[in-house]
Design a protein. Structure first.
Length: 157
């Protein structure tokens, strides 16, 4: 039997499920730490993924609900790209990864988990991070609690 300790998932499993888009943030910042929002810009923001592929997995999204890059204004697109760049810099400074995957999936057919609100994925990578757990057990191990990662990254934003 395979056992993976992931205590933060219980909040999701037992907690209320939002009716609205998870990428449409409230205007107030009082829930930012709980939602793992690292930075709010004028038109876009940086948030941690609550169900990360790897430790430090970030996402960048525009505040405005848009499903395709062609729907963004030039200002929104510029700020999103600036925050992707800042996110890579923050990950490099906080975790010294050996590489970073950065990209987005547009539409269900492209693999977008939430296709209605575009968001870039920024995932730090290390040689060997696809360990035997991922290869043999199809299980990924995240070695650090989400709030510990949040606290490491927050000063860089």
């Amino acid at each position: 039997m395979e056992v993976l300790w992931a205590p933060w998932r219980m909040d999701y499993i037992l907690g209320p499920k939002p009716d609205e888009c998870v990428f449409c943030l409230p205007e107030t910042t009082e829930e930012d730490e709980e939602r793992l929002v690292l930075h709010r810009g004028e038109l876009a923001y940086v948030i941690m993924n609550k169900y990360p592929y790897n430790n430090g997995h970030l996402m960048v999204a525009p505040f405005r609900h848009a499903s395709c890059l062609t729907e963004l204004s030039r200002e929104e697109a510029n700020e999103v790209m600036e925050l992707v760049t800042r996110s890579v810099d923050a990950l490099n400074r906080a975790f010294s990864p050996e590489g970073v995957n950065a990209g987005l999936n547009l539409g269900d057919a492209a693999g977008a988990g939430i296709a209605a609100h575009l968001h870039f994925q920024i995932v730090p990578r290390w040689n060997g991070d696809a360990s035997f757990m991922a290869v043999f057990a199809e299980t990924r191990v995240i070695p650090e609690h989400l709030l510990a990662t949040y606290n490491k990254l927050k000063p860089f934003f």
